[in-house]
Design a protein around this ligand. Structure first.
Ligand code: NAI
Length: 398
């Protein structure tokens, strides 16, 4: 019998519990089903579908609106007992199995979404097998690297401040320590490279290719998740390299809106709330913001996990009658996070967090740690130990 160990390096999870991942996907499906169905898209492509926001989107749309889905992600399957692959691999499988049981199409592409090949294969699949054009394209990639499909050059993103160095507190979940981190300001090259990786260029390439191939339905919508945050994280996020990449997505949304005009289509930036994900756990200082924010929001009853937030976005806002837009036409479900009282209390709390109290009840460290663990199939509600062999895991079909 395989033993699953939670193995964390810094704030990066290395271990995975495949059965825990399955239970976590089921829990999210259950959440959506308990909310009931809603009217929405029927044929959805999700780029970055295997974890957190992308996975939650796929679950809400499949089990909330009965949508057929295509998910693109970059994950690894099991090799041997010491290398079981990545959580997203098992999330993809658990999702597909559950969706197929309900008679839904759930196709997984495990490929580099930045490549021309991935785009072509998805297009061929839509044309030949999906059974209809796509009415929603969700762009939910988070990546540290991107290989330019034209030049073959590889770019790396950096999460840095711009202009001045930033000094602040951070936590290390592996060591359960609280420390002061210094972040050097980004060079011009690092800013440009981060925009290249996390900006909107590839989103445009996808939409261009999909339109050119005539696989987009009339009235198609495409969404892209952004983060703006608050003065508590502007120095290293909004005003830093990631903020530049997100601003680039705003610009690219305008280009895609032109591209989709004759299809009556629309590109929509969705400014989402701060949540615990593989990507956000490694943003410097951000975990400290989260353990303060989550505490305040939990007390107010407004704290959300990705599935709660995403389901609210599509059920109530995108396809419902409670959208909140800003002056740039971006959807703003992050209004709960940005609420003035929430921010004031978070600021006050964060200023009190130190090495002696960061794991105490005063903060939401335990919640953050649990959500982080859930991403790899650990500490999952409802999980019961089951026996499984490496051969059985290897035999699972993506
Ligand atoms: P995540 O790390 O949980 O998921 C990223 C997804 O992208 C995974 O499915 C992964 O397999 C896929 N991916 C990465 N590189 C790929 C590649 N080369 N080819 C194919 N798939 C690839 O990330 P998370 O946090 O869900 O982020 C998704 C989006 O949401 C990002 O744009 C992020 O900036 C945004 N966002 C995140 C917030 C947060 O607090 N985590 C807040 C607001 C927005």
């Amino acid at each position: 019998m395989l033993e699953f160990k939670q193995n964390i390096r810094g704030n990066v999870a290395l271990g995975v519990n495949p059965l825990g991942c399955k239970q976590e996907v089921w829990n999210q499906i259950d959440y959506v089903k308990r909310k009931g169905t809603y009217e929405g898209p029927k044929k959805v492509l999700i780029i970055g579908a295997s974890s957190s926001y992308g996975l939650a989107t796929r679950i809400s749309l499949a089990f909330g609106t009965g949508a057929d889905t295509i998910g693109v992600s970059f994950e690894k399957g099991p090799k041997n007992e010491r290398n079981l692959g990545t959580a997203g691999w098992y999330n993809n499988i658990a999702f597909r199995e559950a969706a197929e049981k309900e008679g839904l199409v759930a196709k997984n592409f495990v490929q580099d979404a930045f490549s021309h090949e991935a785009k072509q294969e998805v297009i061929d699949y839509i044309k030949n097998e999906f059974g209809g054009k796509v009415d929603l394209v969700v762009y939910s990639l988070a990546s540290g690297v991107r290989k330019d499909p034209e030049t073959g050059e590889t770019y790396r993103s950096s999460i840095k401040a711009i202009g001045e160095p930033m000094v602040g507190p951070n936590i290390n979940m592996q060591e359960q320590s609280f420390y002061t981190q210094t972040l050097e300001p980004a060079t011009e090259q690092e800013i440009a490279d981060t925009v290249k990786v996390m900006g909107g260029e590839d989103w445009v390439l996808w939409m261009d290719a999909l339109k050119e191939a005539d696989v987009l339905a009339d009235g198609v919508l495409t969404t892209n998740y952004s983060y703006l945050g608050t003065e508590l994280n502007h120095p290293y996020y909004g005003n830093g390299t990631l903020g530049r990449a997100k601003a680039d997505c705003d610009e690219k949304a305008a280009i895609i809106n032109e591209l989709l005009a004759d299809l009556n289509g629309k590109a929509r930036i969705v400014v989402a709330t701060a949540v615990t994900t593989k990507a956000s756990s490694v943003i410097p200082f951000f975990p400290v913001y989260c353990i303060g924010l989550y505490k305040v929001m939990s007390d107010k009853g407004t704290h959300e996990t990705p599935i709660m937030h995403i389901d609210r976005i599509y059920r109530d806002m995108v396809y419902g009658d409670k959208p909140e837009y800003d002056e740039m036409g971006r959807l703003r479900p992050d209004s709960w996070e940005l609420d003035a009282d929430t921010q004031a209390k978070t600021k006050e709390l964060i200023e009190k967090i130190n090495e002696d109290n960061f794991t105490s009840d005063m903060t939401a460290y335990d919640l953050f740690y649990k959500e982080f663990s859930n991403l790899s199939g650990f500490m999952v509600d409802g999980y019961a130990d089951e026996e499984v062999t490496i051969e059985e895991l290897k035999a699972l079909e993506i």
